[in-house]
Design a protein around this ligand. Structure first.
Ligand code: GTP
Ligand code: MG
Length: 445
């Protein structure tokens, strides 16, 4: 499922996600690659354009460039955009309560998977405690009624059939009365495959709709047709009026263009996906889970969110002010070390997730070194932390002893600190350099 798209996205995001610092150029390159990936996935061009523009807007400037882990944050932005394309939140069928008969009308092109989806939907509803009735409203294809009957038997759901009736509207209406009589609470109407250009057939389905006032009018569309699935949905919606979409053959769709285009093109949500030929191969459509699948990042995104929170915004602002007033102290450095260490423990969690490992390459902080640095600063008094200039030989000896390190190591830390301050001074003179510095602190302390 979606293998091609997943592979491309994983590659792109691994590259950016692993970067310690991100420039506008990096973002533009990544977005350009994403654009190509989406077009190759057969996502609607207008949808791609909108996606690209809003991603650049969000990623450019402050938000990402000032972030402590910009690569990961960029991954998060892309994730959220994909979720939005897929329809944001999981939508469910909107049916009446079990005391009234609800109606689901299935339509779609020939061979899109309507009859299979009818049986899948029946099984799904049965599992949810409903009492569905399948209605064989395809009077065009000779074997259609029998096909539904066999499937109905397989999923243990009764099938309403009238082999000699010529009017689809009548069969549908009779199915409704049958449901009322026998205590079934959802009628699923399986209709004949129709071409959009086939006017009489479109008129027929309009009449069925009028006669049965369905709670859901679902377009069953083949995901393998890519963005044309979205265009078909649009046409059907304009002509008949749809409430939502079922995407079938998702198991064979390596590209994902249909899933990524339907919501934006039609405004209608995807409710379910068909993932195989068997009645059980049916899943509710969860935008966030599908996005996770596409990005091939497992649960990385939620962990990234957590990691980001470890360095809270206020702290960042406070540090930045210090940098610009040149009062950055050893205490501030200690705060940074702790923040980085916190993230370090998250990285170890991330490593357990498939696909995340490569993304994190070279990102783990050198925890041994960090621990040592932390111990050294912790062995300093408040006064010393605030003003490193008072750190004479005696104090250094005491600190080395207190932290279980050597004087050489204490000297090295102070030297590193002084160099950092010096770099800061230089950098703060150039506009925009503070942001860059913030990133570097986050990555290399
Ligand atoms: N792999 C896979 N095959 C599917 C899926 N859904 C349906 N199919 C297959 O697609 C073919 C057509 O399915 P049908 O359910 O008969 O399609 P239909 O829309 O009812 O077709 P008509 O009634 O002729 O218009 C069958 O071979 C199904 O087994 C799916 O989710 N995955
Ligand atoms: Mg059929």
């Amino acid at each position: 499922m979606l293998e091609k798209l997943t592979n491309t996205f994983s590659d792109i995001l691994r590259t950016v996600g692993g970067k310690a610092a991100i420039s506008e150029k990096n973002i533009e390159d990544a977005v350009e690659q994403i654009k190509i990936a989406l077009l190759e996935a057969d996502v609607n061009l207008r949808v791609v354009r909108r996606f690209v523009n809003s991603t650049i807007e969000d990623a450019r400037g402050e938000k990402v460039l000032r972030s402590v882990n910009p690569g990961q944050q960029f991954v998060k932005i892309i994730h959220d955009k994909i979720v939005a394309l897929l329809g944001d939140v999981r939508q469910d069928l909107k049916l009446k309560g079990p005391d009234t008969v609800s109606v689901i009308l299935l339509l779609g092109l020939q061979g899109s998977g309507k009859t299979t989806a009818a049986a899948k939907l029946a099984l799904h509803l049965k599992k949810e405690g409903r009492k569905p009735l399948l209605a064989a409203c395809d009077l065009v294809r000779p074997a259609a009624i029998e096909q539904l009957a066999v499937l109905g038997q397989r999923v243990g759901v009764p099938v309403w059939r009238e082999d000699n009736e010529r009017s689809v509207v009548k069969v549908a209406q009779n199915a409704l009365s049958q449901a009322r009589k026998t205590g079934r609470d959802v009628v699923i109407l399986d209709t004949a495959g129709r071409l959009q250009i086939d006017d009489p057939m479109m008129t027929e389905v309009e009449r069925v709709k009028k006669a049965t006032s369905p709670d859901e009018v679902l377009l069953v569309a083949d995901a393998m047709t890519g963005q044309s699935a979205a265009n078909i949905a649009k046409t059907f919606d304009e002509r008949v009026g749809l409430t939502a979409v079922i995407l079938t053959k998702f198991d064979s769709d390596t590209r994902g263009g249909a899933a990524l285009s339907v919501k934006s093109v039609t405004g209608k949500p995807v409710l379910f996906i068909g993932t195989g030929e068997k009645p059980e191969d049916f899943e509710p459509f969860h935008p966030d889970r599908i996005a996770g699948r596409i990005l091939g990042m497992g649960d990385v995104v939620s962990l990234v969110e957590k990691a980001r929170q470890t360095l809270d915004a206020e702290e960042a602002v406070r540090l930045q002010r210090k940098i610009s007033t040149e009062t950055f102290s050893l205490q501030d450095m200690l705060d940074q070390i702790q923040a980085v260490k916190k993230m370090g423990s998250l990285y170890s969690l991330l490593e357990m997730i498939p696909g995340a490992q490569a993304m994190m390459q070279g990102r783990e902080a050198n925890t041994g070194e960090l621990k040592k640095q932390e111990a050294i600063i912790r062995s300093m008094t408040k006064k010393e932390r605030a003003n490193h200039l008072i750190l004479g030989p005696n104090r250094r000896k005491r600190i080395a002893h207190g932290s279980g390190t050597s004087v050489a190591e204490v000297n090295r830390l102070i030297k590193h600190f002084e160099q950092t301050r010096l770099t800061m001074k230089k950098m703060t003179k150039t506009k925009g350099a503070q942001a860059r510095f913030m990133q570097q602190m986050g990555q290399t302390v």
